[in-house]
Each structure stands twice: as structure tokens, then as C-alpha cells.
Design a binder for this molecule. Structure first.
Ligand code: SF4
Ligand code: SF4
Length: 458
């Protein structure tokens, strides 16, 4: 397959009336009608945009908003892909490149307690049986979400970080040619492992395997790929998994960006699970089709390395404000990527709302003990320390291209990341956490990120 960027587009230009609905009703941009029309025309012409390529949070909403099903988000991806080919990825993106030295997984391994290290080693290396659970790269950052759970007795948990979530987050940012290579690699791995059923914990990964790889990358997998939440529900209904505790708490649910693919088919199952767990669901103002990004996606439309952190936190702040306004006790996410961002933001914003992964609630309903919340709090500060390290480094590094997708050998690096360890040690002290969070709070409005200028055009 020729991996020229134009091969990937499935934006239907012929059906586009240039009405501007996509960016006028975009939950993030909300551009005035005429500006929205001009932006779609700029995108189609491949000329410089004023807002979309700069501020899009990769939320997929515009694909659902378009009345003619033109898929404008695919056009954004194509244009980002062109930019990536021309100028490369921003140096800070190394953070989430598992094949490059200094990635978040490699550094975090240095900070993890030994029981978590052992678990990760097991998940990465053990022999694969017929049915596998693909632990996501981002849940890898929180092995305690699944550790010691009887849920894992149903399959072999497999944790392959250089599957890059089967290309999920790269796809979201327009790194389409790299996604193609990942799709090829994934197919080879499934064949080598001789597995028959793959259950990814992430809806995003299931979508990549069942839809994007075959329909956009031309690569069909010869395995059955099952949605994790559908699997959970069917096991609960058949009593293979027994919920013997009603939780009786109020929660609000974060619909992640990838939940909007497939016309919204991923929204219902987590809600059914929440109901079965005896939780009272209080919805946020923006949900499902119009759900706001947790902040993670704001990193895709990067422009300046230093500001990216403030840009992300701007989006997280809006999410927390909506979640807190519901008065719910807990904010629940069913995406591992959002989990790490939400916990880091919760610490920096000093929010009091509890943040759970849906699996944690299911485990509580099963009567299992979970390690909550201390592990999450400490992990959030691990991640904040690593982000600090990367932001500083990115000031001195150039953009780069992702030429290698495969990791040679996990954890073989001798680099000790001494500076991260020192930053993390400082973050062990509560007063330093408090000062750091306060500093962020002060800097956030002062930084006046590009995103805040966007809000002022409304
Ligand atoms: S992509 Fe759809 S919503 Fe956007 S301008 Fe075209 S027709 Fe309108
Ligand atoms: S993907 Fe989301 S944030 Fe980006 S333009 Fe579309 S609706 Fe707006």
C-alpha cells in the first residue's frame, strides 16, 4: 500500500455544502457561523486555518454533527498528517512514543514499586493463550486497577506498549502513515501468538482493530475482536461474574473522545454497568455526542511546547467544573488514557471529586478490594514529575519523525533518569505539591493560552 497521506482520507468533499455546522456546533470551538464556513473552506483547500488545526481537541464530535455524514474530522486528520510529514512531531511527543528512549512507560518503570513491576513484566512476557485481554498502554500506567482481580482469570492479560494502543492515539493526532505500520505489526503479532479472541480494555482499540485497520488501512485481522464492556455485561448477565454489592453512590460519567466513533454505540454499555452497580448517574452538561475532552486531546493540536501543558489543563478544568457542578461523588471514566490525565489534573486543580476507572467500580461491586485512592494520587505525581522533565527537555529538542515503531526490549535501558527521580522526590512533600498546584492556578490565567483567546471570540 502506498502510504501517501491522500490515501487515508474518507472525507466526502462532494457532499459537503460548506454549511459550517461542524465547527459552529463543535463543543470546543463553537465558531461563529461565518468563521466556521471559512474554516471548512480553508481545510478543503489545504490552506492555513485560524482555529481548527490549532485548537481541535480530537473529540470526533464534528463527524456526528455533520448533517451529510461527510466526516470532517477525517479531513482534519489528513491535514495534520500533511503537517506531520512536513515538520515532524513536536519533541514533547516523545513522551508517548514507546519505541523512543525516555517515554513515559520506561521512566515510570523506574518509579514503580516492585509488585507493580513484576505484574507488568508478567503481562508483557507471558505465553498467550487462545483468548487475550489487551491491557491498554495507558492502563499499563495503573496496573493496580486490575491487579489481584478475579476478572483476569477469564483470559491472558497481555500488555504490549509498542502496539501504541493499536495506533489509537496516533490516529487521533493524524499520524496516519505510522498507524498503517502499526496495523501491519499487530496483524503479524496476532498470527504469531496464535490467538483466537482479542478483548481490548479500550473501546478505542476495539474500534481501531475492527474498523480503522480494515477500512482505512486495508488490514483485516483474522481474530475475533470483542468489546470489553459488552463482554463484561454478558458475563454479568450469565452470572459468570457476580455483582454482590450495590455501591449506592452518585457518579457522573465521562464519555471519552473515542466513544463517539461508530455513531455512539459505546455510550450505552458503561451506563448499563453503572446502573447494575447500584450507582446513581447524574449526567454532565456535555455528554455523548457533545462530550468535552478530558484535556488529553488538546495535546494533539500542539503549537508551542511549554504552553501545551496549560492548554491541556484549560480543557481539564472545564471537565472538572462540569463534573463538580453535578454534585456527584465520583467522576467515572471508561478510558485508561483519560484516567491518567484526569488524575494528574485532579491533583493540580485540587478537586475533591473522586475519580474512578469503571473497572474499579465493577470490582467493588464484585466485592473485591481495590487500592484507592492513595495509589492513584501517588501515580498522578509520578506522571506530573515525568511531564515536567519532558517539558524542560522539549525546550532544547527539535521535532522528529517516528521511524521505528517496535521497541527493542522493554526496560533494558540503563538510563536511570536521575533528574526525574529528584523531581519526584520533591513531589513527595505535601507543601511542595500544594505550592506547585497553587503556582499552576496562578499561571493558568496569566499564561493566557491560545485556547483562552479562542473563548474570547464567542
Ligand atoms: S463537513 Fe458537513 S457540517 Fe461541515 S461544512 Fe461540510 S456539510 Fe457542513
Ligand atoms: S474533532 Fe471535536 S474539537 Fe475537533 S473540530 Fe471536530 S468537533 Fe471540534
Amino acid at each position: 500500500m502506498n502510504t501517501n497521506s491522500s490515501d487515508f482520507s474518507n472525507f466526502t468533499e462532494s457532499a459537503c455544502t460548506r454549511c459550517g455546522d461542524c465547527f459552529h456546533y463543535c463543543p470546543e470551538l463553537k465558531l461563529p457561523r461565518e468563521e466556521a464556513r471559512r474554516e471548512i473552506k480553508r481545510l478543503i483547500r489545504s490552506s492555513k486555518t485560524k482555529y481548527v488545526l490549532q485548537y481541535c481537541t480530537t473529540c470526533f464530535s464534528c463527524n456526528l454533527i455533520c448533517p451529510n455524514d461527510c466526516k470532517p474530522y477525517q479531513l482534519i486528520l489528513e491535514r495534520w498528517n500533511e503537517l506531520y510529514r512536513k515538520r515532524g512531531a513536536p519533541s514533547i511527543y516523545r513522551f508517548v512514543c514507546p519505541s523512543l528512549e525516555g517515554n513515559i512507560w520506561e521512566i515510570l518503570y523506574q518509579l514503580m514499586p516492585s509488585d507493580e513491576k513484576k505484574l507488568i513484566q508478567k503481562w508483557m512476557k507471558q505465553e498467550k493463550k487462545e483468548s487475550i485481554l489487551l491491557i491498554s498502554s495507558y492502563l499499563h500506567l495503573f496496573p493496580f486497577v486490575f491487579s489481584n482481580s478475579s476478572l483476569l482469570e477469564h483470559f491472558t492479560p497481555v500488555d504490549i506498549i509498542d502496539h501504541w494502543e493499536c495506533g489509537g492515539y496516533l490516529y487521533q493526532g493524524g499520524y496516519l502513515d505510522v498507524v498503517h505500520k502499526i496495523a501491519e505489526r499487530t496483524k503479524e503479532d496476532f498470527k504469531d501468538w496464535n490467538v483466537k479472541t482479542v478483548i481490548p480494555t479500550l473501546d478505542a482499540v476495539e474500534w481501531m482493530l475492527n474498523d480503522v485497520h480494515p477500512s482505512e488501512m486495508g488490514i483485516k485481522h483474522d481474530v475475533e475482536i470483542i468489546n470489553f464492556h459488552s463482554w463484561l455485561l454478558s458475563k454479568i448477565e450469565s452470572k459468570s461474574i457476580v455483582l454482590n454489592r450495590q455501591l449506592g453512590i452518585s457518579v457522573t460519567l465521562h464519555d471519552n473522545c473515542f466513544s463517539k466513533v461508530g455513531g455512539g454505540k459505546y455510550w450505552e454499555n458503561p451506563r448499563k454497568l453503572i446502573d447494575l452497580l447500584g450507582c446513581r448517574l447524574i449526567e454532565m452538561r456535555h455528554i455523548q455526542k457533545y462530550s468535552l475532552c478530558c484535556g488529553f486531546g488538546a495535546g494533539a493540536s500542539w503549537t508551542q511546547h511549554f504552553r501545551i501543558v496549560f492548554d491541556i489543563l484549560y480543557c481539564s478544568k472545564k471537565k472538572f467544573e462540569e463534573a463538580e457542578a453535578t454534585g456527584a461523588q465520583g467522576l467515572v471514566t471508561y478510558c485508561g488514557g483519560c484516567l491518567y490525565l484526569l488524575w494528574a489534573a485532579r491533583e493540580l486543580l485540587r478537586s475533591k471529586i473522586e475519580v474512578f476507572h469503571l473497572v474499579e467500580l465493577v470490582r467493588l461491586g464484585m466485592g473485591e478490594k481495590i487500592e484507592y485512592p492513595q495509589k492513584h494520587i501517588e501515580r498522578a505525581w509520578d506522571i506530573i514529575a515525568i511531564i515536567n522533565y519532558h517539558v524542560i527537555l522539549s525546550l532544547f529538542r527539535r521535532n522528529f519523525w517516528i521511524n521505528q515503531i517496535k521497541l527493542k526490549e522493554f526496560q533494558s535501558k540503563t538510563h536511570s533518569y536521575f533528574s526525574v527521580i529528584i523531581i519526584r522526590k520533591l513531589f513527595s512533600f505535601s507543601p511542595i505539591r500544594l505550592i506547585y498546584a497553587r503556582l499552576f492556578k496562578i499561571l493558568l490565567p496569566i499564561m493566557k493560552t491560545q485556547r483562552s483567546k479562542l473563548y474570547s471570540i464567542k
